[in-house]
Design a protein. Structure first.
Lengths: 516, 310
């Protein structure tokens, strides 16, 4: 049963039409004359690469952005949506990709925020809690209204977001990349909830760039590319390769590691590593594994389970409390990043703009960041500008980095080209070990495939690769072995042959398959 | 000499002056706590205080009306708070630097006004003590706690009220949300700008009142630079009190007791150089700030400009 208690005087939202929406940001046409519509009782998927304009279009619908041109109709009536408040009044709710929750407040406080209270200026959290429990029961969303947000798992936080929207009487929910942070089992649960909502009369917009999920859950799909609408089709009439082609503009070969390579000696070994995370929380607990020459060890896990701490410990950016790290048999525990660089370890950091690049530096300055003090780039403290220039030119060609010049500031490059620049810097030095943290996050399909290809090339040449990724498809496509991390512990390490998505998914949730 | 400090009379004296001296800290710190809980670090408290102190003093001198004096101080403080809000919320300037600017403005302006409008040291008839019937008859503590001026009562009353507003009202919920995750608040239709304007104006009014409590209740004179860094200590107390009114109260009492002790050291002529005694509260500020673990309770959006993209 749909609850419309909150807006008794309002008719239900039956359809939303966006017509000729155009939105321009400085230098970018984010939406170019886009039409989009959604009706009650359906899931309409909005598919496109990063930067295709999906989020922009939805933020316009939710009143966070204002369109330069175009109209929005609700139940065939022209409406103006100038702010989220307007959107909420019209029965539109949005589940943002980055949750809009206040971690230091409770579930009930987050839900009550911004709503009038029955006690006037005083909060009425008891009443809010009771209604949350009622709503949660309807959709099997187990949640404790008194819990603080910071205590909840990512999946639970998402439920709070859904409850927040339902509590405000939303009839249309916009879900912006809702599966990006979930384990496969949590995705199944979410889809279950979505199906029930649709049968109860809700309209859902599902933003994604994951083709399998779009095909699984949606009734219709609209594809955007570079801000332009490519088309809308009933999902039953399309398949995965059609969608990929529309998204990218040309067909895509999905690469996987197929070539068998004989694995060599262990190049990177972690021996009972323990470390603290930021804020003094437990980061890593007793982590042991090794990465061998000629293999990609994939590290799967839900975001925030110690991946970042692990990458930083290996890269010499965070000190372990106990345990040893060995590079090619040599104890390197406590070595700093520079010493590790000299031992031919390369690191592709998760936050490329923060840890990988200095965005106000030029392409060539960034290209030599790691080795600027080596004889090939500097002599008696002076930079060898000519050598640097040639080196950069060579790599720009080799790695197909699209940049106006090598003197261009990195901040004006696209995400994909910045990642290529990081790759060029880290891979061109023929490293013995590579630690790649979320190397394709935020890249479009083409750039992501390029990065994956480069990692496989390195593996084939005998480099030991540790691939830390939250994208399970990527882990399965590239890894020779798959380790799963949960709350800072390595749950298990599976060979590619014995690993299935179900097994890995359970491990990611902290459950040992077969154990009750 | 030292043993003189530990007679009952002196201890009671220290507590009594501690309670009175806590008044300016309490007003300013609680105002600042509101502002910081919403994400605005106002370093101009000292400037708001001294201008408030002058306004109160001048109005009382001219009109003999304490109420008008208090209102003038709060009005001047609120105006400076409004200006701080405009600079940090609307113009999105760096809060630390603009706060220092407001401090220097308040200091300079109060000097200028004092010299052109008053010129010489004058005293005014400030608030007198108002004993609370019955309660003031309680032996020993009755006179300590229930025979103070009205601003002292008001300052201590402000603590539970502020705590209640922050934790039990929709306004408090909005303030806390805006200071922790303004994007989230914005996405629910809470106006980040309105809330931050409200807290900076309120904070300014409280700082002004704090200044008034010095010039027309505690000392009944105006002197150049009479706030002597108390506004900055008030900012430090917000950190010390972990952004909670009750925590601020503990901090304010601690500092003012040290201050009271310091005064009595001078009065009794204990052979500690008085300069060291005067330094004590400031040294304590630094010590407290280095040891208090504030990392976990700091409002996440403190000093961060909020701007909706697009």
């Amino acid at each position: 049963m749909k609850s419309t208690l909150d807006r008794p005087n309002q008719t239900c939202l039956k359809s939303v039409k966006m017509q000729g929406i155009t939105k321009r940001f400085p230098g970018v046409l984010a939406n170019d004359n886009v039409d989009f519509d959604v009706e009650a009782c359906e899931v309409h998927a909005l598919l496109g690469e990063n930067g295709a304009g999906k989020s922009t279009l939805m933020k316009i619908l939710y009143g966070l952005y204002h369109q330069d041109k175009g109209n929005i109709f609700i139940n065939d009536e022209l409406v103006k949506i100038n702010s989220p408040t307007d959107a909420i009044k019209h029965g539109i709710g949005m589940i943002h990709q980055h949750f809009m929750l206040v971690p230091t407040l409770t579930v009930a406080e987050n839900v009550a925020l911004g709503l009038p209270s029955t006690y006037g200026p005083l909060t009425d959290l008891k009443r809010v809690s009771a209604r949350i429990i009622k709503l949660a029961d309807t959709y099997g969303l187990k949640i404790n209204p008194e819990a603080y947000i910071w205590q909840l798992s990512v999946g639970q936080q998402q439920r709070v977001e859904i409850i927040k929207a339902l509590y405000r009487g939303a009839d249309l929910l916009i879900l912006d990349e809702p599966t990006a942070v979930l384990t496969p089992q949590e995705v199944d649960e979410l889809f279950g909830i979505m199906r029930q909502m649709v049968s109860d009369g809700y309209a859902l917009i599902f933003i994604s760039h994951k083709l399998n999920e779009v095909i699984d859950i949606s009734h219709r799909v609209t594809v955007l590319r570079n801000g332009v609408k490519i088309g809308t089709r009933p999902t039953s009439e399309v398949d995965k390769s059609d969608l990929a082609k529309w998204m990218v503009g040309h067909s895509i070969d999905f690469i996987t590691t197929t070539e068998k390579i004989t694995k060599g000696e262990a190049r990177l070994q972690l021996d009972h590593i323990n470390c603290e995370s930021d804020r003094g929380a437990k980061g890593l607990a007793d982590v042991c594994f090794d990465v061998r020459s000629g293999e990609i060890l994939g590290l799967a896990g839900v975001s925030g389970n110690g991946q970042r701490d692990l990458a930083e410990v290996i890269a010499g950016l965070r000190k372990p409390e106990s345990g040893r790290i060995y590079l090619e048999g040599e104890d390197v525990t406590g070595c700093n990043a520079h010493e590790l660089t000299m031992k031919m370890m390369s690191y592709i950091p998760e936050e490329r703009m923060r840890d990988g690049m200095i965005k106000d530096f030029t392409v060539s300055e960034n290209m030599i960041l790691r080795e600027h003090d080596q004889p090939k780039f500097s002599k008696s403290g002076f930079l060898r500008l000519r050598a640097i220039e040639n080196h950069t030119k060579e790599l720009i060609d080799q790695y197909q980095i699209k940049t106006p010049s090598q003197k261009t500031h990195v901040k004006s490059l696209s995400g994909g080209n910045i990642q290529k620049l990081v790759l060029a810097r880290e891979l061109s030095r023929k490293p013995r070990i590579i630690v790649a943290a979320q190397p394709t996050r935020g890249l479009d399909i083409g750039a992501a495939e390029y990065v994956r290809e480069q990692l496989i090339l390195q593996r084939n040449e005998g480099t030991a690769v540790l691939l830390i990724s939250e994208d399970l498809d990527e882990i399965f496509a590239l890894s020779d072995r798959i380790a799963v991390i949960y709350e800072g512990r390595i749950m298990d390490i599976l060979s590619r042959d014995e690993a299935t998505k179900e097994k890995v998914g359970l491990l990611m949730a902290g459950v040992f398959p077969g154990a009750d | 000499m030292i043993e003189k400090l530990f007679s009952i009379t002196v201890l009671l004296g220290i507590i009594s002056s501690g309670i009175r001296l806590a008044t300016p800290y309490l007003f300013a710190s609680i105002g600042e706590a509101f502002s910081q809980r919403s994400g605005v670090l106002n370093l101009g408290v000292e400037g708001q205080m001294i201008l408030g102190a002058f306004a109160a003093f001048y109005v009382v001198m001219k009109t003999d009306s304490l109420l008008l004096g208090v209102l003038a101080a709060m009005g001047v403080g609120a105006l400076m708070g409004l200006a701080m809000g405009f600079v940090s919320v609307t113009l999105q300037a760096k809060q630390g630097i603009s706060g220092i600017g407001f401090y220097l403005f308040g200091l300079g302006m109060s000097n200028l006004l004092f010299q052109t409008l008053v010129g010489t040291v004058e005293t005014v008839n400030g608030f007198s003590n108002v004993p609370i019937p019955l309660l003031n008859r309680i032996p020993v503590i009755g006179d300590l706690f229930f025979n103070q001026n009205i601003l002292v009562y008001l300052a201590f009353l402000l603590v539970p009220i502020a705590s209640f507003v922050l934790n039990k009202t929709t306004l408090g919920l909005k303030i806390r949300a805006v200071g922790e995750n303004p994007e989230a608040a914005d996405s629910l239709g809470v106006s980040v700008a309105k809330i931050r304007y409200f807290t900076t104006i309120f904070g300014g009014a409280m700082s002004g009142l704090s200044g008034a409590s010095l010039s027309i209740a505690l000392l009944n004179v105006f002197q150049l630079g009479m706030t002597a860094g108390q506004g900055f200590i008030a900012v430090a107390l917000v950190y010390f009190g972990a952004w909670r009114p009750w925590g601020v109260l503990i901090g304010a009492m601690l500092f003012s007791l040290i201050n009271g002790l310091q005064l009595w050291i001078q009065v009794l002529g204990v052979d500690i150089p008085s300069e060291f005694a005067v330094m004590m509260p400031y040294i304590l500020t630094i010590l407290v700030l280095t040891i208090s673990r504030t990392k976990h309770t700091t409002p996440s959006a403190l000093t961060k400009v909020f701007e909706r993209e697009g």
